[in-house]
Ligand binder design. Structure first.
Ligand code: FEO
Length: 135
């Protein structure tokens, strides 16, 4: 596994850690799709992956925001705004226009993977850890 939870990503809150683990699994699936040289047309897989990411992050963000509310986290609003920005960027991936363009599909999988990993690592380490410390 190339993309997975590392010790520094654990918050110590079990449900949150499980959800983050799933998000890294989805990054791993993105990596596998990128590496798949047998599948020529990646359109369906890409649509499926992005929709799973949208659904799962929505679940995770909502659970995490509930948790922050429950501990009276002071920066809840700013944190939620980051979640909304992530959702907007994910929804902005243009999957329709690349339906028949295999090269563009691969480029999109690559940029999805880069975006996802940068965001996940930075957000967990720099933003999520803030509410953990303030517990
Ligand atoms: Fe775990 Fe704020 O996302």
């Amino acid at each position: 596994m190339m993309y997975e939870m590392k010790p520094e990503f654990y918050t110590g809150i079990e449900s949150i850690d499980q959800e983050h683990t799933r998000l890294f699994e989805l990054a791993q699936e993105t990596h596998e799709l990128l590496d798949n040289d047998i599948l020529q047309d990646k359109s369906d897989s890409l649509v499926h992956l992005v929709s799973e990411l949208i659904n799962y992050t929505r679940t995770h963000f909502s659970n995490e925001e509930e948790y922050q509310k429950s501990i009276g986290y002071a920066h809840l609003k700013e944190h939620a705004a980051q979640h909304r920005a992530f959702e907007a960027r994910l929804s902005a991936f243009d999957l329709d226009s690349i339906e028949n363009d295999f090269k563009k599909q691969n480029e999109t999988v690559q940029s999805l993977l880069t975006f996802l990993m940068n965001w996940l690592v930075n957000h967990i380490l720099e933003e999520d850890m803030m509410y953990v410390k303030k517990k």
